[in-house]
Design a binder for this molecule. Structure first.
Ligand SMILES: Nc1ncnc2c1ncn2[C@@H]1O[C@H](COP(=O)(O)OP(=O)(O)O)[C@@H](O)[C@H]1O
Ligand SMILES: [Mg+2]
Length: 373
């Protein structure tokens, strides 16, 4: 079952209601009902599986509305209430606290504070974000980001609930790397405007039986990649983040809104590179772009793939100096096992677990499970 926080919005102004509904959808909250007044609220909250959250705009008569809602706060102790108002006077705030409002939200909304409040409610109801989001970005075609993503995800899936997303919408090969042929893909779960349909998501997540990994494949038709929206991506990450321990993403080097959403949401943005000039140049460009986008260096990692002791164009130390970042991991070159894995649709860590390349990928996955990683 997909855990999604359900909420009721009460606001006399319909434009406000719509705006709030969109905002909540981006935070992965499902808006069950929107109301112009509180009259029907008691019967809605008395139902089985009632929403866990009620967001009420107290304006234009904040004290009156608070009085009405206050009775319900006491009656429905399992529901969290947020109260919004443009009026921020001490008397109103005291009253809100007194009746047991969970969060008083001054208008206009401070988005950061509000989403932190939502996260607190999600935690309270056992639906807090728990996943670590690991975003793998190739610095160059063929540098091995898909290989790293698939193997790290398969390694993590041994002991943790893990999902792997393919964001290479046109050329993506995640599903075929696991010999999976899902009927539904990431494009199919973007449709609905204000909520993520649990049934659709369930259908689109393909289970890889040997590893227990869940896979969300790229669209079947390249043109369907246009169905993937920024809001849909935000919602998806938020929902998956509550369902899994690890969300691993095989991505592309992009900063358009869909990818920027992922960059910002990721706990770790891992650039996969090889020790050659074009790869190093792209990595440097993108690291700088990520910095300009406000991503902290602590959320960036560099992984060198296809490492050979003497066969590089650029020394690892030189790369580190240029990037101002340490290389976190180096995966040895092993063409034979790497290509066989792809051809057989069985990642190296599963097919040839004793190979040096597999041991390196297992260990890389293990470093990601450490707190500070
Ligand atoms: N460590 C490695 N050693 C040898 N070959 C590798 C290694 N990692 C990946 N490859 C090979 O490189 C090619 C491109 O890998 P892929 O993961 O699809 O790259 P990307 O997703 O970055 O385009 C594949 O043929 C793959 O088998
Ligand atoms: Mg790839």
């Amino acid at each position: 079952m997909i855990a999604q926080l359900n909420c009721i919005i009460i606001d006399a102004d319909s434009a406000n209601r719509t705006e709030m509904a969109n905002f909540l959808a981006n935070l992965g909250v499902n808006v069950a009902t929107q109301l112009g007044a509180a009259d029907t609220l008691p019967s809605l909250l008395a139902r089985p599986a009632a929403p866990q959250l009620v967001i009420v705009n107290l304006d234009p008569n904040p004290l009156d509305m608070l009085k009405r809602v206050g009775q319900l706060v006491r009656q429905f102790q399992g529901v969290s209430f947020f109260a919004l108002s443009q009026t921020v006077d001490p008397h109103l705030l005291m009253e809100a606290m007194h009746v047991g409002i969970k969060e008083f939200v001054p208008l206009p909304i401070n988005e950061e504070r509000f989403s932190a409040g939502i996260e607190r409610v999600a935690n309270l109801h056992g639906m807090g974000k728990r996943a670590k989001i690991v975003h793998l970005i190739p610095s160059q075609g063929g540098c091995g980001s898909t290989t790293v993503a698939c193997n790290v995800a398969a390694s993590l899936a041994r002991d943790h609930k893990t999902v792997l997303l393919d964001l290479d919408f046109v050329r993506g090969a995640v599903a075929s790397s696991f010999d999976l042929h899902p009927r539904y893909t990431i494009a199919d779960i973007m449709e609905s405007t204000d909520k993520l349909d649990p049934q659709l998501l369930d259908n689109a997540l393909a289970l890889h039986p040997a590893s227990g990994l869940a896979v969300l494949a790229r669209p079947e038709l390249p043109e369907d990649s246009q169905r993937v929206t920024q809001a849909g991506m935000a919602r998806l990450l938020s929902v998956l983040g509550r369902m899994y321990d690890y969300v691993v993403i095989d991505s592309l080097m992009h900063i358009d809104p869909v990818y920027n959403t992922v960059l910002q949401a990721a706990d770790l943005n891992i650039l996969v590179m090889q020790l050659n000039v074009p790869s190093a140049k792209n990595t440097e460009r993108f690291v700088n772009a990520m910095r300009r986008l406000g991503i902290d260096s602590s959320k960036m990692q560099i992984v060198v793939n296809r490492y050979v002791k003497k066969g590089w164009d650029i020394a690892p130390e030189e790369v580190e100096r240029t990037l101002g970042l340490k290389i976190n991991w180096m995966i040895p070159n092993d063409f034979k096992n790497a290509i066989a894995a792809i051809n057989y649709g069985d990642p190296v860590v599963l097919r040839t677990p004793k190979a040096d390349m597999s041991l390196s990928l297992f260990d890389l996955a293990e470093t990601l499970t450490r707190k500070a990683a």
